[in-house]
Design a protein around this ligand. Structure first.
Ligand code: SF4
Length: 607
């Protein structure tokens, strides 16, 4: 098994039983690793209609064949589970150093099942694997606990940890690592909390076998060289993801006041260069990264430090809640990180609550006395704590905007910005049909990283509703998430314009198996269809209605900003879905046909 740790580690938290199984060769052949392994184990091992917070749900942590090797950005790890936020498939990617240690400990996937009777952490040092008491850490913040475990076990241990948000059942709790990297979306931290698993600490010292050492060295170095010579390196390293903040504001894609507009009149104070000058003190990267996009910042006003904020957090906890000072956004980021809740969903929930307050749907009595107006920093910071503790209005918001709007009602469902129950990440899509379709059809809910198409919209005409746009989305959905399968970062391809063909010889040298991108895209389509079938299996009546976006994007043109008056017509939303389903080989309700499943080799798994 060249390129693999060679084992699947199964940990039953109910019984404390821990076993190792060899990684199946046919699993590596058909699903390769990472997100592919997660999707396979989720579909085949979690019984239909399992409670996401019950013992039958599993949390699957997987590396890929590139993880931990000398390839740019080879530090990506996938967390898959049944989502407590959406009730469907959740898969969240984590950068940092964890996945390398996992591989060095000889592990490709950890499958966590059951529920521990008391708080524990999982200790892994090569073959030594133990569940250890974590009662003393329960209730403490992510940063404190990571520091404490590293002090106790040694700096070479890599730690993933949940905060009070995950312990208390916030539906969008995240898993933190390396003091500021998160597996953020879909409530993977909520599932970890329900299992009473506070943390995972891993150290490995084994080497990873590769098929052809010389070819691996040469092809890996060719990728590093391409990164080093890229014109995109310097700006990317200087600003990281905040490189897009000003662009999004200028083109009307920056979420503003609960996505009611795409341009923020005070947006300039959130732009990348302002942040770099005012708060950034150093750069920070994941394992093996030649282009570190992480920014470590100091908030003088608060006397605090944080990794971030990156673009998504600026969009969701800045302009989306009307906050314009980068120090305040960074402080909100820090609170979310330490409490262990996703900044994107948190910003979406608070933005929605602010709109409710300004419309009189929520009153001071409902908010516990908070003047929940857009731009109120103090109220935002307080509400973050209330969400993590599930206190007062925070308890309602902790369920996500879909369920919160069902509780509050009074028309607030119309401006709950989500798809499939997941809060939309930080691109306003009033008039950007490719990005809108990307959100509508993303396999986890309204998340951008499956197919980031906002720049493509601008290139080809943002209101165009044509088959080429749909084909582009499907291509990206099959191709981009393959980086999460391989265990590598996609951003060298996206931001440094690295030729994706350079990855083909690396993968062949590591695994000994030649796979073209066409082969890899077929695996991507297999995973995409398998996870679609997971949604269909888990949610009664699942189909086309679940792929619709928030009405805000087809009923309410912005009244301010550069997209003022612009909207996607509902009939075009439906046309996008018609074309998408046809090109995917799905029926008119969005269900994969038997022929499609057979062509992708999924019949035996589904049946
Ligand atoms: Fe990590 Fe950013 Fe480098 Fe990707 S580009 S590996 S996310 S530091």
């Amino acid at each position: 098994m060249n390129g693999y740790g060679g084992n699947i580690l199964r940990v039953n938290l109910t019984t404390g039983k821990i076993t190792r199984e060899p990684t199946p060769v046919d699993l590596a052949r058909d699903f390769i690793g990472g997100r592919g392994f997660g999707a396979y184990f989720l579909y085949t091992e979690v019984p239909a209609h399992a409670d996401p917070l019950g013992p039958e749900n599993k949390l699957i942590i997987s590396s890929g064949p590139i993880s931990g090797l000398l390839v740019p950005g080879a530090g990506k790890c996938d967390f898959t589970t049944k989502s407590p936020l959406t009730g469907g498939y959740a898969s969240s990617s984590l950068g940092g150093m964890l996945t390398a240690e996992l591989k060095y400990a000889g592990v490709d996937s950890i499958i966590l099942e059951g529920i521990s009777p008391h708080p524990v952490y999982l200790f892994i040092e090569n073959e030594k694997v133990e569940l250890r008491d974590a009662s003393a850490y329960w209730g403490q913040g992510c940063i404190t606990v990571e520091k404490a475990l590293k002090t106790q076990l040694g700096e070479e241990f890599q730690v993933a940890v949940i905060g009070p948000g995950g312990e208390n059942g916030v539906s969008y709790a995240c898993i933190n690592h390396d003091y500021g990297r998160e597996a953020g979306r879909g409530g993977v931290g909520t599932v970890m909390g329900a299992k009473k698993l506070k943390a995972i600490a891993i150290r490995g010292t084994h080497s990873i076998p590769v098929a052809d050492l010389d070819a691996y060295r040469q092809s890996g170095m060719a990728l590093f060289k391409a990164c080093k010579e890229s014109d995109g390196l310097k700006p990317w390293q200087t600003y990281g993801t905040t490189i897009v903040t000003s662009w999004c504001d200028e083109v009307g894609a920056l979420p503003t006041r609960n996505f009611s507009a795409g341009s923020f009149e005070k947006g300039a104070s959130l732009y990348g260069p302002v942040m770099r000058e005012q708060i950034v003190i150093t750069d920070k990267g994941c394992f093996g990264c030649p282009s570190p996009c992480g920014k470590y910042s100091r908030m003088k006003r608060y006397g605090t430090y944080v990794e971030g904020p990156e673009y998504e957090t600026i969009g969701m906890l800045g302009s989306n809640v009307g906050i314009s000072d980068i120090q305040d956004v960074a402080q909100a980021n820090l609170l979310c990180d330490d409490l262990g809740i996703d900044t994107i969903s948190t910003g979406g929930a608070i933005g929605w609550a602010m709109e409710c307050f300004e419309k009189g749907i929520l009153t001071l009595e409902d908010t516990g006395g908070l003047e929940l107006r857009f731009g109120n920093v103090d109220a935002t910071l307080k509400l973050i704590g209330m969400i993590a503790r599930r206190e007062g209005l925070g308890a309602i918001l902790s369920q996500g905007v879909k369920k919160a709007s069902q509780v509050i009602g009074k028309g607030s469902e119309k401006f709950a910005i989500h798809v499939k129950g997941m809060e939309q990440s930080a691109y306003a899509t009033h008039n950007a049909t490719a990005m809108l379709l990307a959100y509508m059809t993303s396999d986890v809910g309204a998340h951008h990283n499956r197919s980031w198409a906002i720049t493509y919209d601008l290139q080809v005409g943002r209101d165009q509703v044509v088959p080429e746009k749909v084909a582009r989305i499907i291509w990206l959905q099959n191709f981009r998430p393959m980086f999460d399968v391989l265990g590598a970062c996609r951003l060298q391809w996206v931001e440094l314009s690295i030729d994706r063909e350079l990855y083909v010889p690396v993968l062949a040298a590591i695994t000994g198996i030649h796979r073209s991108w066409q082969d890899l895209e077929k695996v991507g389509a297999r995973i995409w269809n398998l996870t679609r079938m997971f949604w269909i299996r888990e949610i009664e009546g699942f189909g086309r209605a679940w792929d619709l976006p928030s009405p805000r994007f087809y009923e309410e043109p912005p009244v301010t900003g550069v997209t003022k008056g612009q909207i996607t017509r509902f009939e075009d939303v439906q046309r996008l879905l018609d074309m998408y389903y046809e090109q995917r080989g799905w029926d008119a309700n969005g269900i994969p046909t038997p022929e499609t499943l057979a062509n992708l080799g999924l019949k035996s798994i589904i049946d």
